[in-house]
Ligand binder design. Structure first.
Ligand SMILES: [Zn+2]
Ligand SMILES: [Zn+2]
Ligand SMILES: [Zn+2]
Ligand SMILES: [Zn+2]
Length: 269
């Protein structure tokens, strides 16, 4: 951070006694003047040095605003390069940073209960704990509960697909409804990273006659933390009608278990 020396010294004087960084707002202190930043204060009840109560420090806040303290994002080590005003840091860190922890939402094989995973380790978590898929070409199998109600049963879904490419980790997500199967591609990174990539999904089959048929979708990649609500906006989804799945899929019956299998491949470019 390039700031005049006096300012730097002032910044050092105000360092948080817990994380040792320049403090994000709302800056707190104890009766003895020990500073605790607005992020660390959520983890403690009393001053760690003298065990007295903590309150917001209007004076430290005024100094921080007066001198326009700017801080590198707390997630710098995970890849965030943003430098943010101290007053905005907490909001950025908790709500907007593309490198903040991820609440694991994978439930298709096993559900994690409110587990937070650093963005950088999410791919590993998905593979180790949830046995998620990695190959970019795969055959999806969907259970068919009854002859008429193809996808009516709750809980049917396709595990997250993982693809490492160009130094980034991409996750293929999906959602199944009674009428459509939605696919969308996310990147573990920022919006700017996502904008560099497109996602192409192909559903294909070879008919009995030997004729090959395929349907192709090309859609933008989105940042994982920006994933769209799947029914609201169709721009970011490959929306495969269930009738296409039926057309392109093969019905497999093993005793009482009925499944439909269809082939897809995808790529990112
Ligand atoms: Zn702190
Ligand atoms: Zn203290
Ligand atoms: Zn950040
Ligand atoms: Zn998990």
């Amino acid at each position: 951070m390039a700031q005049p020396r006096a300012l730097r010294d002032l910044g050092d004087l105000m360092d948080c006694t817990i994380c040792l960084d320049e403090p994000a707002s709302p800056i707190h202190n104890c009766a003895n003047g020990h500073i605790i930043c607005g992020i660390c204060v959520d983890k403690v009840r009393k001053c760690g040095m003298c065990q007295t109560d903590l309150n917001v420090s209007p004076f430290a806040e005024r100094l921080s605003r007066q001198f326009e303290f700017k801080l590198p994002c707390r997630n710098q080590n995970s890849g965030c390069n943003e430098v943010i005003a101290a007053s905005e840091m907490k909001n950025h860190f908790q709500n907007h940073c593309y490198f903040r922890d991820i609440l694991c939402t994978e439930w298709k094989t096993e559900r994690c209960k409110d587990v937070k995973v650093p963005l950088k380790e999410y791919s590993k978590h998905l593979q180790e704990r949830h046995k998620c898929l990695t190959p970019p070409s795969q055959c999806f199998t969907l259970k068919v509960p009854t002859a008429t109600d193809l996808f009516g049963e709750a809980g049917l879904s396709i595990p997250t697909g993982i693809l490492d490419q160009d130094g980034h980790t991409f996750l293929l997500l999906s959602q199944i409804t009674p009428t459509f199967v939605y696919f969308w591609m996310t990147v573990l990174g920022s919006k700017e990273t996502a904008e560099k990539f497109m996602f192409e999904l192909k559903v294909f089959a070879t008919l009995e006659s030997g004729k090959k048929v395929e349907t192709l979708w090309t859609i933008p990649v989105v940042a994982f933390h920006d994933r769209p609500k799947y029914l609201q906006d169709s721009t970011f989804y490959a929306i495969v009608p269930v009738r296409t799945v039926k057309e392109f899929g093969t019905l497999i019956e093993k005793g009482k278990i009925r499944q439909i299998r269809f082939n897809t491949s995808y790529r990112i470019f």
